[in-house]
Ligand binder design. Sequence first.
Ligand code: FES
Ligand SMILES: [Fe+2]
Length: 436
Amino acid sequence: MSIATTDLAGLVQPAKGTVSRQVYVDQGIYDHELERIFTRSWLFLGHTSQLAQPGDFLTTYLGEDPVIVARGKDGQVRAMLNSCRHRGMRVCRSDEGNTSFFRCPYHAWTYSNTGELTGVPKFRLGYGGVLDKKEWGLLEVPRVEEYGGFLFGNWDAGAVPLTEWLGDFRLYFDLVFGRDPEGVEFVGGVHKWSVSSNWKIPTENFACDMYHVAHSHARSMEIGLLGPSGDDGYEIAAGMGFLGNGFGPPASADAEGAPVHPMATMATPYSEHLAAQRARVAERYSQEMSRVVPGGHGNVFPNFAFLDIELLRLVRVHHPEGPGSHTVHQWCVVDKSLPAEVKDALRRQYTLTFGPSGMLEQDDGENFRECQASMRGVIGRRMENNLMLGLGQDRTGAEIVGDGDAPGAGGGIWSEANQRRWYEHWLSFMTGQVRR
Ligand code: FES
Ligand SMILES: [Fe+2]
């Protein structure tokens, strides 16, 4: 099915605050997303702490395409399509490891960790020694770039540089991941799991949805895992939604540094460290800017997401897997400078709350799955979803944070301004109006 631009503009109306449910269930729209968004966007590959040594590798996806990300023997990080050039078999089946070569499980073609075809069984007997191995290496992703240790890949050789893609959102990205002088590392390996919902449903949540927290996570609040439930006292905090490809994070503390939303009120072994980081941010930028530490939910278009709260920090990707499913890849992130026991406490808090069997992840996963299930029916898919929360109440970043230099704009904490903006962005990609 080909999608007319006019059809899409009718389906998604951010200014009005409505989104047709077709965008979550229609195969044609989904295929268009893979083409229009996932072959032209900077997509998260991994973190340099996962690929510290030559030979270190991990496997992930760019859109639906499986890729190997490897630090080659020459020290360079490359991303390569994880599909054998012989007859298409997935060459590497491991999540991560260290190797000098990848051998295809099917007929044993062998590739170096830089992607060259180095070994072909029966090269002389079967191919007469004439197969040109240089022509049959793994397909390399044309662009791989790094920002603050975060590696992104792009299938579009003509894409703008990653730093331009992140744009002014880099300030908030730095406040989440670059506020410690030694930087961050990924600990505890990767968690991977599938959820029967369209990839945009969790993406809307991370972009960022504070509206659901008090109700969906009420049980976690009751047992003290999160702070007290939200009320109008949280009005001051806000989502930064208008920063190019970045969405979120909310300001999470008031001007005096007191937490203002429920996900930032829990005292943990990590709290002292966070307070020191707030003080550092206040000194470097301003007291007001330190309100963005920790940063809450965030999303870099299209499917890179993070959560930064007093309990933990995590990074995840919502990989598309057909209109009705997505696979999550998720990691716990800690500051390198933290003592080992605090890193371990954070990793355990991460597992307990947002790991695949974590209490809050169970709440959210059920929401995502049941949204999809109720929208995919013949009648259900004809309807529209409502993104009208806080419509007409947007403010500038300077107004939200209270610092005249804070870029961007957004709504209050009870707002779907970020989601409306995200769909505006989605529409510009889907209709081809976006500059690469
Ligand atoms: S498909 Fe890989 S060697 Fe045949
Ligand atoms: Fe949630």
